[in-house]
Design a protein around this ligand. Structure first.
Ligand SMILES: [Zn+2]
Length: 455
C-alpha cells in the first residue's frame, strides 16, 4: 500500500464532541497516527487569498472517522440474494448457510474473505470483527495447523488493507440442552471449552493489523458449565469477548426451559458479561436483561440489515441507549455491507416501532458506526479524528446523486457505501476515487462465491 500524504485538507470533517461537521479542517498524519487537527475557520483556506496550506491534499466532501464493522461472518456474503426465493425464517436460512460452510477450505475462504473485506473497505470500514467458527475440516478433523482458517482470515484482511479483530468462537453443541454437533456443524467444534482455549491460545499472529479476541457462539452452542472457561480466557488477556444473544425468541424459550432463566441471566451468572463484552443482536431482551447488561457495562452490537433480512425483529435500541448501554453496529450476514444503512436503521426502525421520530442524533449514529465499534473490537485508539488517534479517514462525496444538496450533518440519512470516495487506514491509502487499490472487488467476489456455492 502506498504511504499517504501527511497533510489532508478536508472540506468538512466530523470532529469528536461536535454536533455537526466542521468546514476546512487540516488533518496531519505521521506514522499512521493523527498528529494535528486544525480547523482553519476560513482564515487560511484555498479561498483566503494567501493559501499557506497549498501543500495539503484536498479532500472534497465529508471526512468521517474510520467505520467499524463490529460483527461479521465473512462467508455469509456468498448467500447474498440466494435465500429470498421462498418463505422460511432464520432456521431455514441457517440450513442454506451451512451448505456454503461445508464447501470452504483455507484457500477458498482466503479468496472469499479477501473480497468481502475489500468490499468493506470500499464502504469505509477500517476494522472488522470476525466472529469466526469455521475452525476445522468439514468432517471435524483438524488442519495441520489447527488455526489455518483463522490465519486465512488474517491474511485476507491484510490484503484488503483493513484491521481485523479475530473473535475466535467457542461452538460446542447444537442445542441449549447440549445435543452434539452434527453434519456441517462438526467443523465448528473443539470438543470442549478447554480444548477450544488451547487452540485459540496457540494462535498468536504478530501482524500489526490484527488482534485476537474470543466469542461464545450463543447459549445454544456453549454449555453453561463451560461458559466461564471462555470468559476467563478473554479476561486474562483483556481481550474483547462477543456473544450472540437473544436473536430469536426460540433461544429465550429453550434457555428458560433448560436453565430456568434468560440467556442474559445465564451469561451473567457465569461471568460472561462485562465492559469488554459485546452482546450481538439482543433483539428480544426482557427489562431485567437490559438492567444486567447496563450494570455490567456490556455493550450491544446491533445488526439491523441482517435482523430485517432474517425476520428477527427490532431490538429495543432506544431503551438500551437510555440504560447507558453503548451501541455498535455490524453487517453480520452481509446481506448489505453499508454502515450508513446500519446506522440510520437504528433510528428508522425505532420510528417504525414507535410511530415517532427523533430517537437518535446524527452524532449518536456516527458514534455507533465508528468509535463505539472500534472500542468493542479492542481498538480504543481508533474511530475519532483527534490527535493521537489512528489515522483512519473516510471521505464521503457530497456531490453524488444521493448526497447532492444534503447538508453534511445529514450524511448518515442520505449516503450509501457507494458514496465513499477515499479511505485511509492507519495512514495508508486503501481506497481512492471510489476504487480499491489492490483488490478488484466485483471480479474477485463473483469468482470466490462461484467456487463455494452449491449449484
Ligand atoms: Zn452473527
Amino acid at each position: 500500500m502506498p504511504v499517504t500524504t501527511t497533510r489532508w485538507l478536508a472540506e468538512y470533517a466530523w470532529l469528536p464532541e461536535h454536533a455537526e461537521p466542521t468546514p476546512d479542517v487540516l488533518i496531519e498524519v505521521d506514522e499512521g497516527r493523527i498528529t494535528a487537527v486544525t480547523p482553519l475557520l476560513g482564515a487560511h483556506g484555498p479561498d483566503a487569498g494567501v493559501d499557506v496550506y497549498a501543500d495539503a491534499v484536498p479532500l472534497p466532501g465529508l471526512t468521517v472517522p474510520g467505520l467499524a464493522n463490529a460483527h461479521s461472518h465473512a462467508f455469509h456474503r456468498a448467500l447474498r440474494g440466494r435465500t429470498h426465493g421462498g418463505r422460511g425464517d432464520f432456521w431455514t436460512w441457517r440450513d442454506q448457510m451451512y451448505g456454503v460452510a461445508d464447501r470452504l477450505d483455507p484457500d477458498t475462504y482466503l479468496a472469499l474473505a479477501r473480497a468481502v473485506y475489500a468490499e468493506m473497505a470500499l464502504a469505509g470500514v477500517t476494522c472488522a470483527g470476525e466472529f469466526h467458527y469455521l475452525h476445522h475440516r468439514p468432517d471435524g478433523g483438524t488442519y495441520d495447523d489447527p488455526n489455518e482458517m483463522g490465519a486465512a482470515l488474517v491474511e485476507a484482511a491484510a490484503h484488503a488493507g483493513i484491521r481485523l479483530t479475530l473473535l475466535d468462537t467457542c461452538y460446542l453443541t447444537s442445542t441449549v440442552d447440549g445435543q452434539a454437533l452434527a453434519g456441517p456443524q462438526r467443523r465448528f467444534g473443539d470438543g470442549d471449552a478447554s480444548r477450544w482455549a488451547q487452540r485459540a491460545g496457540a494462535f498468536q499472529p504478530t501482524d500489526a493489523h490484527v488482534r485476537v479476541g474470543a466469542a461464545v457462539h450463543s447459549v445454544r452452542a456453549v454449555p453453561a458449565d463451560q461458559l466461564s472457561t471462555v470468559a476467563e480466557w478473554a479476561g486474562e488477556r483483556q481481550a474483547p469477548l462477543h456473544v450472540h444473544l437473544s436473536e430469536q425468541p426460540a433461544e429465550n424459550d429453550e434457555c428458560r426451559a433448560v436453565h430456568g432463566r434468560s440467556p442474559t441471566a445465564l451469561l451473567a451468572e457465569h461471568g460472561v458479561l462485562g465492559p469488554n463484552t459485546t452482546a450481538v443482536h439482543t433483539t428480544h431482551p426482557t427489562s431485567a436483561d437490559l438492567t444486567l447488561l447496563a450494570d455490567s457495562r456490556t455493550g450491544v452490537c446491533l445488526c439491523p440489515t441482517t435482523e430485517r433480512d432474517l425476520a428477527d425483529g427490532i431490538g429495543p435500541a432506544r431503551l438500551m441507549a437510555e440504560a447507558g448501554i453503548r451501541l455498535s453496529l455490524g453487517s453480520d450476514s452481509h446481506a448489505v455491507i453499508d454502515l450508513f444503512e446500519e446506522a440510520r436503521a437504528v433510528e428508522l426502525d425505532e420510528r417504525l416501532r414507535t410511530r415517532r421520530r427523533g430517537h437518535f442524533t446524527p452524532v449518536d449514529l456516527l458514534t455507533a458506526a465508528s468509535s463505539a465499534g472500534h472500542a468493542a473490537l479492542g481498538w480504543a485508539d481508533a474511530g475519532r479524528i483527534a490527535v493521537g488517534a489512528r489515522a483512519d479517514l473516510v471521505t464521503v462525496r457530497l456531490d453524488s446523486a444521493r448526497t447532492a444538496g444534503v447538508p453534511p450533518v445529514g450524511t448518515f440519512f442520505a449516503a450509501t457505501a457507494a458514496d465513499v470516495e477515499q479511505v485511509v487506514v492507519d495512514g495508508r491509502l486503501v481506497v481512492a476515487k471510489g476504487r480499491h487499490l489492490s483488490v478488484d472487488v466485483p471480479a474477485e467476489s463473483s469468482a470466490a462465491i462461484e467456487a463455494v456455492t452449491p449449484r
